[in-house]
Write a protein that binds this ligand. Structure first.
Ligand code: M3P
Ligand code: FE
Length: 311
């Protein structure tokens, strides 16, 4: 597959209400590697199979939630072109100077109709991982440190104007719609799973009256066994679990939803459908999401927290 334009989720900045507790959670319990701290006190982390400098940034704030979500694009030419296309779509864009985030080039930032700040950038320092790029070892101790996800995988965001978000992501940013849910007794799409790759999804949206909300940040586990191991580690560390371990019918990913100490939901996710842009999206009804097992295959029901608890 020739991948051009937007390549992958590159970073997300998460607000935590106590940085010390946040670092304890994301570094020591989840097991992400700390790769830096900047002058404003933000902490940079990544999973054991990531090769760019960082993917998760923690910022201490009074309120939990997400500041912004950044996608890496293939080069500066794509960055300029996508910036012009986003403006032509009718959104204002802003350039954040190189170096504002550690080891990261200039970013193009825009607020999408759901109220979230999305960024595109072409450059972030490549540092490989501790196994290296030449005859890499198959094992490193990092794979067993904490819950130990391979990488930051996706986020699910809640906000209004999901139809406009679909238009922007598919017609401007080059994503394909992998799966969707229609609202009760309606053909209107109320939830979207969108991919810029052939993963099950790279970003997802659910319609919600309040703009700019975070439902969860998701971390990719190598197998469903590792999702069960994550459940053990969550129990041992008193992490509050929302749903799971179970499987989502939507995406077919293995999952646990749980909460960080600030109340941000995070997910340990494994497997999931392979998607291609030529394939029609998979559709789910509202009943399919709940009783049809779209959200939770094992329990085949809607969980109230899925629709109501966001940060
Ligand atoms: C996901 C997710 C649902 C399926 C979700 C798949 C909520 O990875 O959590 O975004 O039905
Ligand atoms: Fe998810």
């Amino acid at each position: 597959m020739a991948m051009t334009g937007v390549l992958r989720p590159g970073h997300v900045q998460i607000r935590v209400m106590d940085l010390h507790e946040g670092v304890r959670h994301y570094r020591d319990v989840l097991g992400l590697e700390e790769t830096g701290r900047d002058a404003s006190g933000r902490v940079y982390l990544r999973g054991w199979d990531e090769r760019d400098h960082h993917s998760i940034i923690l910022r201490q704030a009074d309120q939990a939630g997400m500041d912004f979500f950044g996608f890496k694009v293939d080069n500066e030419h794509s960055l300029d072109k996508l910036e012009a296309d986003v403006r032509a779509f009718g959104l204002k864009t802003e350039r954040i100077p190189a170096g504002d985030l550690l080891e990261t080039g200039e970013r193009v930032r825009f607020e999408i109709p759901s109220g979230h700040l999305i960024e595109l950038y072409a450059q972030k320092t490549y540092t490989s991982h501790d196994r290296g790029d030449k005859n890499p070892a198959s094992y490193s101790r990092k794979m067993d440190t904490g819950i130990a996800p391979m990488r930051f995988d996706h986020a699910l965001l809640y906000g209004p104007n999901v139809g406009q978000v679909l238009d922007l992501f598919t017609n401007v940013l080059g994503f394909h719609l992998a799966e969707y849910v229609t609202l009760p007794d309606s053909d209107t799409k109320g939830a979207l799973w969108l991919a810029c790759s052939n993963k099950a999804h790279d970003i997802a949206f659910v319609i919600h009256p309040e703009p700019g909300k975070l439902h969860h940040v998701s971390f990719y586990m190598e197998s469903i066994d590792r999702v069960f191991r994550a459940a053990d580690i969550m129990a041992a560390n008193d992490i509050k679990v929302d749903i799971g371990p179970t499987r989502h019918g939507i995406t077919r990913g293995g999952t646990i939803y749980a909460w960080d100490p600030s109340g941000n939901r995070f997910e340990t996710f494994s497997g999931g459908n392979t998607t291609y842009p030529d394939q029609p999206p998979i559709g789910w009804t509202w009943e399919g999401l709940g009783e049809g097992g779209g959200l939770d295959v094992a329990h085949r029901k809607m969980h109230e927290t899925f629709l109501t608890v966001v940060t």
